[in-house]
Design a protein around this ligand. Structure first.
Ligand code: ADP
Ligand code: MG
Length: 347
């Protein structure tokens, strides 16, 4: 019998490291759109233009009017573990931005033909950086208004195994629309324009006044939801839950209109899902699902957002407390519907 031998260990090249990381955060065009639009929001953008071709497989272009990136920082922005958003463990424990891992740009750039153009308010000229096949070009002067444009062409052109899993244009664009809906609900003040193959597909107009937020909800989910929901706003012991929940009579056959945000970040959370289900348990028929758009706000130190690279999940320091708070708030809000009377006022 042959004896086992030690296999030499080697350090992986940067491009391969980035492609491995891309496997976690970049699944399809919608994940690219999510990461890039989140960056735009973190940069304080008031308006974001999203242009796609062929479901985003051929082209994703995201342009924002945020604070931009200084020319001397462009190369850093696309290198791994480089971020302007946190600098210490203490920062990590109270993250207020959507991003913080410094992984999205290098990951996306490693699996596409990538370009980044930007200008800050204090610089006179813009600059641009191109990356293809793991090769980062030189920073070039490039005209650009204050803000940032990122172009991602031919997603997964160099990763055939991934490209194979991409679906039809319409399916991919559907995923993009869904992510944007979720972002649009959370940031009603931000204007979002989405075009697909040269045609304007969706325009979320900015909502200025706090009391007009339902307009954005109507843009995202339709009048049907807005006309059949209750307004929620309840706070106790540093927890606040606000938003809108669908009336039991407007239940759905799937959970397709369920949006939950923790400190402005869209998340899927089992604790919360259970609390909502319980609150609706005695007002919904089996197999029916409530529609809701709910925002939970709490001290960022009470929730860990560093659970998964794509950040779809969080971990509450006190899950029980959050569960009971969500359950009680919704249970009480739904009390009137339980009595069978139309005692509840329309929003
Ligand atoms: P993260 O968002 O986790 O910091 P990214 O790889 O997504 O990591 O981005 C790296 C850095 O590039 C960000 O921290 C930010 O400083 C800068 N950046 C990326 N996109 C933008 C943008 N649209 N506007 C301004 N700065 C940006
Ligand atoms: Mg980011």
């Amino acid at each position: 019998m042959e004896t086992a031998k030690a296999v030499p260990i080697r350090q992986l090249p940067d491009t391969l490291i980035n492609q491995i990381a891309a496997g976690e955060v970049v699944e399809r065009p919608s994940s690219v759109v999510k990461e890039l639009v989140e960056n735009a929001l973190d940069a304080g953008a008031r308006r974001v233009d999203i242009d796609l071709e062929e479901g985003g497989i051929r082209l994703i272009r995201i342009r924002d009017d945020g604070g931009g990136i200084a020319a001397q920082d462009l190369a850093l922005a696309v290198s791994r573990h480089a971020t302007s958003k946190i600098g210490s463990l203490d920062d990590l424990e109270q993250v207020a931005t959507l991003g913080f891992r410094g992984e999205a740009l290098p990951s996306i750039a490693s699996v596409s033909r990538f370009s980044l153009s930007s200008k800050t308010p204090s610089s006179e000229h813009g600059a641009r950086l191109d990356i293809e096949g793991g090769k980062t070009g030189d920073v070039q002067p490039h005209p650009h208004p204050t803000g940032t444009t990122i172009e991602v062409r031919d997603l997964f052109y160099n990763v055939p195994a991934r490209r194979k899993f991409l679906r039809a244009e319409r399916t991919e664009f559907g995923h993009v629309e869904e992510w944007l809906r979720s972002l649009a609900l959370a940031r009603p003040q931000v204007e979002l324009r989405v075009s697909h193959n040269g045609k304007l597909a969706k325009h979320y107009r900015p909502v200025v006044a706090e009391d007009e937020q339902l307009k954005r909800v109507a843009e995202a989910l339709g009048q049907e939801f807005v006309g059949n929901c209750l307004t929620i706003d309840h706070g106790v012991a540093g927890l606040r839950l606000h938003g809108w929940v669908g009336l039991p009579t407007a239940s759905r056959s799937s959970g397709d209109q369920q949006y939950f945000y923790v400190n402005g970040r869209a998340v899927k959370d089992r604790v919360v899902a259970h609390a909502v289900r319980q609150a609706y348990a005695d007002v919904l028929f089996h197999g029916r699902y409530p529609a809701f758009v709910l925002f939970l706000e709490l001290d960022p130190r009470r929730v860990d957002v560093n659970v998964h690279p794509a950040k779809h999940e969080v971990r509450f320091r006190d899950g029980r407390l959050v569960h009971d708070f969500v359950f009680k708030t919704l249970h009480e809000a739904l009390a009137g519907t339980r009595a069978g009377a139309n005692a509840l006022s329309e929003p």
